[in-house]
Design a protein around this ligand. Structure first.
Ligand SMILES: Cc1ncc(COP(=O)(O)O)c(C=O)c1O
Length: 363
């Protein structure tokens, strides 16, 4: 038998990522016995009252946490955010119309590519010139555009929209995959929001869509039934078998969020984590943050080392101290620290102490 020395793990993964411990505990218990039924959550029918209360509970929690009005419908769908890259234009963009997109990095580019399959795309703001280290300013949208699409948080580049283009004059659509429910926004000003659950909202396998029902039903094409948002609204996200376990984990995560003071409560913690991280980064010349300060993401902080030959040593040190997932995305290199809702402030403290120690030794 081997004995192992346990080191606390600090999970900075970009997604799937850390979830609250309480959620893991309750979800694992429910795999064996869901709500004292003697049945596993994995073996109950999705059309039973047992699961209906999970789905309805998750939908109600989203409405409550996002303060949604009666026009906004909440859906839990399959296919990840990537499916939304095509489902959005399929439902909102006619072949002869233009949709406005902002180009802020890898994820926006994927959304743009799919939209072009359904209509015309105009790029109304791009940060390609700064290698995606900024968020475009002063965007001007054609008033007849079907909608404006933004990626509120660029998970790979580490940028985030802090001034939202609420007044763009056309329906506003947002990919919020990596900052959903992390900060207070006027969610009713968006006409469509989508997000894969696997960062701030739960396990991989389910997608949250919030849609203003007034923007639907305007395209002329025939939409396949399973891709038509109106059908999912009618069927309460139960048009076919939903990803039962993923919806359940989302419901538990939403309940946890409510217990932490909701979006306003978690935003305070997220602000404290981001401040601690960036203040430390800016105080240590050995490290460098490539993103413009005003556009820095509070969810995914990217950084590099002024002397790239030190990267491996810092990376090995982090690994040996239990830091998981701090390697930058394979397309950009360097480091990335994801500080989603469930990441405790303590993990950021441990990481920043390690950065200070390392910098002192090298300085
Ligand atoms: C901003 C953003 N959009 C879309 C996606 C794709 O999500 P999915 O893998 O759920 O399709 C990701 C994944 O990380 C993301 O970060």
């Amino acid at each position: 038998m081997t004995t192992s020395v346990s080191t606390a793990i600090h999970n900075f993964n970009a997604g799937p990522s850390i979830l609250p411990k309480e959620v893991f505990e309750e979800a694992s218990h429910s795999v064996l016995d869901f709500n004292n039924t003697g049945l596993s959550i994995l073996e109950i029918g999705h059309r039973t009252p047992l699961f209906e209360s999970v789905m309805n509970g998750a939908i109600a929690l989203v409405k409550e946490l996002m303060l949604l009005d009666a026009d906004h419908e909440v859906l839990f769908l399959h296919g990840g955010a990537t499916t939304q890259f095509m489902q959005v234009p399929m439902n909102l963009l006619n072949d002869n119309e233009v949709a406005s997109y902002t180009q802020t990095g890898t994820w926006a580019l994927k959304a743009i590519k799919e939209a072009k399959l359904f209509g015309h795309v105009e790029i109304v703001g791009s940060s390609i010139e700064t290698n995606y280290t900024t968020i475009p300013e002063n965007i001007s949208v054609t008033p007849t555009a079907a909608y404006l699409h933004i990626t509120t948080n660029e998970t790979i580049a580490g940028t985030q929209w802090h001034q939202l283009p609420y007044d763009c004059g056309v329906p506003l659509v947002a990919d919020m995959s990596s900052d959903i429910l992390s900060r207070e926004l006027d969610f009713n000003r968006f006409d469509l929001i989508y997000a894969g659950a696997q960062k701030n909202m739960g396990a991989a396998g389910v997608n949250l869509v919030v849609v203003n029902k007034n923007v639907l039903g305007k395209v002329k094409r025939t939409i396949p039934s399973i891709l038509d948002y109106r059908n999912h609204i009618k069927e309460h996200s139960m048009m076919n078998t939903p990803p039962v376990f993923a919806v359940y984990v989302a419901m538990l995560t939403l309940r946890w969020l409510k217990s932490k003071g909701g979006v306003a409560g978690i935003e305070k913690v997220n602000n404290a984590k981001a401040k601690l991280f960036y203040d430390t980064l800016d105080s240590l010349p050995v490290f460098k943050g490539p993103v413009a300060k005003k556009d820095r993401s509070k969810m995914n902080a990217v950084f590099i080392m002024n002397d790239p030959s030190l990267e491996k040593e810092f990376s090995d040190l982090c690994k040996s101290e239990g830091m998981i997932g701090i390697k930058g995305h394979r397309s950009v290199g360097g480091f990335r620290v994801s500080m989603y809702n469930a990441l405790p402030l303590e993990s950021v403290r441990v990481l920043t102490d390690l950065m200070k120690d390392f910098a002192n030794r090298k300085g």
